[in-house]
Design a protein around this ligand. Sequence first.
Ligand code: NAD
Length: 481
Amino acid sequence: MQDTFKPMEDAPPQLMESVFQLQRSTALAWRQSSAAERIARLQRLRQCILEERDALYLAFEKDFRKPRVEVDATEIIPVLEEIQHNCSQLKRWMRPHNVGRTLLTLTESASVHYQPKGRCLIIAPWNYPFFLLMGPLVSALAAGNTAILKPSELTPAVNAVMRHIVENTFRPNEVALFEGGLATSQALLAKPFDHIFFTGSPTVGKLVMEAASKHLASVTLELGGKSPTVVDASADLRRAAETLLWGKFINNGQTCVAPDYVYVHQSVKDEFIKHCVDVLELRYGDSPQAQQATHDLTRVISDRHTARLAGLLAHAVDSGARVLAGGQVDADDRFIAPTLLDHVPPSTALMQEEIFGPILPIIAYSTLGTVIDAINAQPKPLALYVWSQCKETVDALLTQTSSGGVCINHCVLHVAHGKLPFGGVNNSGIGSAHGIFGFKAFSHERAVLRGGWLNPIQLFFPPYTGWKKTLLGWAVKWFGR
Ligand code: NAD
């Protein structure tokens, strides 16, 4: 794995400025680009990704020992699928669509046209470094934009492959990738981009929005938060345990939509925990040594994040939490065993911060109302998961809470459904990604009205004589009825 303490060099400011300027004329030219031209760009990108597949596996191994299956399932395939979906639908999405007439525009025709926003900035986090940089790029290109990409400084090996892919597929005036940390991000954010697509933490999301406001750039913010899970007494407990633990421990819990903590009805809590412990042992081994030796667990991304997670865990245990499984930490290997906890006090940092690692608090509840109140007392989460066979439980959670997305008797999988909008709400995000929603995020919906053969509005041109006032008086009555 990479030495994550080595600070990454920031991209030279002059180079970023000259590329940004170069992209201006390309963005203007691409405003008129056809679906066929955009599809050709996406196909070139797909070809280059396929050629670099082996390099990506090695890079993921280097950065955080991510298993190949997870690289395929959560990084490469979602991007290829997004390209395929965009290529097959783009012509239809780009077509202007007519909207109906209104009383005031009876003789005019009206339509909505999709125009590229122009020069776009895409900033990505480290946890799915390929999917979260390339996925938005697919939408940006489909919508006809140029792009500058800024990956996270914590995945240098994956970044090197992505830079190679970008440089082999595009000229810098079309798409460019700049590596670096804070200075690179801030220098890019100071530029008057037409759209900023940011994926990362709510804290940095606020800074991005502030920077965007200086130029009134539009933003898509894909953020994080604590996504709750509710398992009620009617749930299929085995299936819930199997699927939830997959959603929690894939990428070692470093997933924006990972179940952060679980509320389980007190009448089935012991049985649910038994299933969870059993599933963990079957998947990753029944001793800390076996779990550390398996190749199926990604490592924590950096020493800093390992220390953060170890600190959260130690503080929870010191405050009275009981370890049901796991709990071992080997900081040198950036390893934290998949951990289940019981009796975690709500005031601990573990229950206040997004965990973003392989630790799952399990909390018993007796009435659904208290769970709903507790969820509503927190910022709106990115996802909410419900395990229940009871329509009333599901309906109550659907109608009385808010979250970016919901899975019923499943988890995490909504991210992979390219026909659903993916995004948060308020603290967990603004705007949506994927498929047509990603296309729209990078497009300006332009209202176009064409005058008809008659121009009835001329009846109301000045001077405002008495009969015009009478006519408008009737109109007020008509519209206000
Ligand atoms: P982060 O917010 O620390 O960093 C994200 C990006 O912003 C990185 O490229 C980083 O270099 C840059 N950055 C960091 N500080 C900055 C600053 N002050 N100004 C400008 N740019 C800055 O997030 P992270 O630690 O890389 O990722 C984890 C977070 O991302 C979690 O909160 C997680 O839930 C969230 N996330 C959300 C999604 C989603 O789709 N909603 C997906 C993955 C991760």
